[in-house]
Design a protein around this ligand. Sequence first.
Ligand code: GSH
Length: 216
Amino acid sequence: MKILGAPLSPFVRKVVVYCAEREIAFELEPVTPFGPDGEREDFVAASPMRRIPAIDDDGYLLADSSAIIHYLEAKHGAALLPEEPKARGQAVFFDEIADTLIVGAFGAMFFNRVVAPKFLGQPGDLAAADLAERETAPLLMERLESIMPDGDYLVGDSLTVADIALASPFVNGKYAGYEVDPATHPKIAKWLAGIWARPSFAAQIALGENAIAAAG
Ligand SMILES: N[C@@H](CCC(=O)N[C@@H](CS)C(=O)NCC(=O)O)C(=O)O
């Protein structure tokens, strides 16, 4: 299976980590949605909305990280999306807030402090990044901390899509200089450290750090 995308994207990372955890073989086909790559014929066919990630699984083309994971769960057997109704609901809830609210907050920091200056050669909107760090993120963290379970996983007692989806955008926050304060958000900090320590995440975090360092 080909995954079309760039490893710094939180949505691409979500699918890559999912595949690593499930030992689903894939190769990453580098596509940056901004610039000329965004109109590449193979990319547009797989991702009509020009967003990464998309997959080409033996000719089956599909875009959107959640759609891809649902497809892979159906194809390879449900493993990381809980079957039990309430757990399923919780997992989809965390996936959804990760892809919207959390990506939004860390995306503002990451795009303006890292992507724009280092990869696009243009100044980022640093005021927008600072505002996200000062106002958006603290409110989200406060609300997230209030619903975080005490254990190592968000749903039940093993890894689910919820953990992968939510831990992924935090990596972009980390690249942009954001750190979860264990004094104020002990449950988030502990959970995140555990998920990031998994080989699947550790490899992707290091890959991104190297790519950012190489960009100068
Ligand atoms: N809901 C989509 C979102 C994908 C998405 O927005 N990806 C970003 C990169 S992080 C993108 O392709 N942006 C291109 C653009 O905004 O033109 C998913 O889960 O895959």
